[in-house]
Write a protein that binds this ligand. Sequence first.
Ligand SMILES: *Cc1c(COP(=O)(O)O)cnc(C)c1O
Length: 258
Amino acid sequence: MDSVEYHGKRYVLVALVAVGGNDFMISVQDNVAEVQERIASAAVKSGRQPEDVTLVAVTKTVPPEKIQEALAAGIRHIGENRVQEAVAKAKEMKPGATWHLIGHLQRNKAKLAIQTFDMIHSLDSIRLAKALQKRAEEYDKTIKCLVQVNVTGETTKYGVSPDRLMSLLKKVSLLERLNVRGLMTIAPYTDNPELLRPVFRRLRELAREAEKLKLPGVNMTELSMGMSGDFEIAIEEGATMVRVGTAIFGARSRSETK
Ligand SMILES: *Cc1c(COP(=O)(O)O)cnc(C)c1O
């Protein structure tokens, strides 16, 4: 490390490289390593294996070159919340990554979604399920889905309410092109763990309840919950997939944070 002497004291030189305004240079590679370590220790802390938790790198608003850095650092799963944005980026990237749709899906984009994504985390209505079924038939595919649950009933959030979940699952079970793998939720925006933990716990309990129905084409192996601010708590409560953006790629511009 470089150092200088100044007025009899030795100072270490620290270089801060500014990129585009207030952003400091971030190393995607270092961030991926750090997030993976935090995932591993949260898993171990709760008596699970690090490999029980899949890291989905959330790349909304992130340019393809940065995504490539994440892939080079070992990321295999990419999460996008807009269909068109994902389509544009996928074209620029080497194949091999697994693509997850984590944002709300409109029925008129079902076709593009079927073509682009390996898993849809945001199934939340029978109408959407039927649109996906139709397109999946057309392309002779099956599509892995998670049902998004609005655990807290916040009006600003998409997702089926807990009391309608079982009836939705029963209907979706009849659509043979849809392979339901579990549940997804977005926790309230707060850093108070005492508010978050019960939300994650509730999703796990709902999954257990759903399992008991033993519906064909529906299993509850995956719980997609936890983001940059709360993924450790989510893992402690049973998350098998965490969706992490900011902690890997840095802050998004404010208008794009949804
Ligand atoms: C943006 C987004 C994330 C990632 O959020 P960060 O706080 O940046 O980690 C996760 N899940 C969904 C549904 C998102 O829209």
